[in-house]
Design a protein around this ligand. Structure first.
Ligand SMILES: NC(=O)c1ccc[n+]([C@@H]2O[C@H](COP(=O)([O-])OP(=O)(O)OC[C@H]3O[C@@H](n4cnc5c(N)ncnc54)[C@H](O)[C@@H]3O)[C@@H](O)[C@H]2O)c1
Ligand SMILES: O[C@H]1[C@H](O)[C@@H](O)[C@H](O)[C@@H](O)[C@H]1O
Length: 339
């Protein structure tokens, strides 16, 4: 297959992630250029477009998709806005990299899945960037060798310094634990069948009314358990850790021990303060992989099925949070193109 010339990308949503992805596409990624951006905030779109020669600014995502030289779309608007842009991209048969979550609930994710099936070919890579993180990739490769034996349990910790003002108790699941829903499915190769959410007394440092932290337990169809401590106002750093316990051993990532110092009677290191720092390499690799595959005319990486499955798991998790108890995950049968 002949490779496409430089990929013209439209970036939808120029907030924190969108602006960072524009910078990445412009300065780090090879084989792509940003040709259009859209944001409902016109000033923000203009300010980000001004950083790239020849990039046009729009307030309507559909206008950005229709702009000259657009070959592909990167969606970085908030989750509830993803469905409309995905469907608009499908109308133009454009390849898409869609930030997580694919959509915020299972019904809308299923509509996207059905629309992609109608196209007759995969078009979307979902932005579950942890799959491109060197530490997670090593863990996945180790599990694939079988040396450790069958995975029995996965322990995850997911801590943010502070939550943004709009964050709700259910977003700890649908926006944050969405990553662990994907990581559990991907690392173990199992589907998640049920979710339980336990709620310790909220931290005094959490905004009033926010159930933070939460303790989530996933059951899988391979008989494993995966637990997640989600704590989005821990105050001290951005920490994402995972330990797999298998029949013949354990493996753990995310301790952040790249640099250990000894000084003034103490030893230690530093802790990342946000995801842009902790997952910088993962975002770089994710986007380069997407650009390379798209230029070859291929779609790789986390699929719409993965986005839908994570959305269904999170929806069950939100119900478990609200009602207490254990909630089973309901998935439609996996369509053949996503096998
Ligand atoms: N992969 C990760 O680690 C990671 C990290 C942070 C955020 N995210 C995801 O990235 C996406 C964006 O998050 P963010 O932190 O950049 O949010 P943000 O609020 O900083 O930016 C979102 C931008 O989208 C704009 N917007 C809102 N509705 C829009 C619409 N209909 N069309 C076009 N633009 C619209 C807003 O004006 C804003 O500028 C979300 O899906 C979020 O879950 C992923
Ligand atoms: O949208 C963000 C993002 O996905 C981060 O990776 C996660 O740590 C945050 O909890 C979430 O709110």
């Amino acid at each position: 297959m002949t490779e496409r010339a430089t990929l013209g990308v439209a970036v939808i949503g120029t907030g924190r992630m969108g602006a960072d992805h524009v910078r990445r596409l412009h300065e780090v990624t090879s084989g792509a250029r940003v040709v259009a951006v859209a944001d409902v905030d016109a000033e923000r779109a203009k300010a980000v477009a001004a950083r790239v020669d020849g990039c046009t600014a729009h307030t309507d995502p559909a206008a950005a998709l229709a702009a000259a030289d657009v070959d592909a779309v990167l969606i970085a608007s908030p989750g509830p806005a993803h469905e409309a842009t995905l469907l608009a991209a499908f109308e133009r048969d454009l390849p898409v990299l869609c930030e997580k979550p694919l959509t915020p609930d299972a019904a809308s994710a299923l509509r996207v899945l059905e629309a992609e099936l109608r196209l007759g070919h995969r078009r979307v890579q979902v932005g579950f960037m942890r799959r491109y993180d060197p530490e997670y990739a090593k863990l996945k490769a180790l599990l694939a060798t079988g040396q450790l034996g069958r995975p029995l349990m996965l322990h995850n910790r997911h801590r943010n310094v502070a939550s943004p003002p709009f964050f709700t108790s259910s977003m700890l699941i649908s926006d944050s634990v969405a990553h662990e829903a994907d990581v559990t499915r991907w690392l173990l190769g199992h589907e998640i069948t049920a979710v339980t959410v336990l709620r310790p007394a909220p931290s005094a440092n959490a905004p009033d009314g926010l159930r933070d932290p939460q303790f989530v337990v996933f059951e899988t169809d391979g008989g494993a358990l995966s637990d997640v401590e989600i704590f989005v106002n821990c105050g001290f750093g951005y920490q994402v850790q995972a330990e797999v316990v298998c029949e013949r051993g354990t493996a753990r990532i995310g301790d952040g021990h790249a640099l250990v110092t000894n000084m003034a009677g103490r030893w230690g290191g530093t802790i990342a303060q946000d995801w842009t720092e902790r997952f910088e390499t993962a975002y770089d690799r994710q986007i380069q992989t997407w650009v390379d595959a798209t230029r070859r005319g291929e779609v790789t990486g986390p699929s719409v099925w993965d986005g839908y499955a994570a959305a269904a798991v999170c929806e069950a998790g939100v119900r478990a949070l609200e009602d207490g108890g254990r909630v089973e995950v309901e998935l439609v049968e996996r369509p053949a193109p996503y096998a």
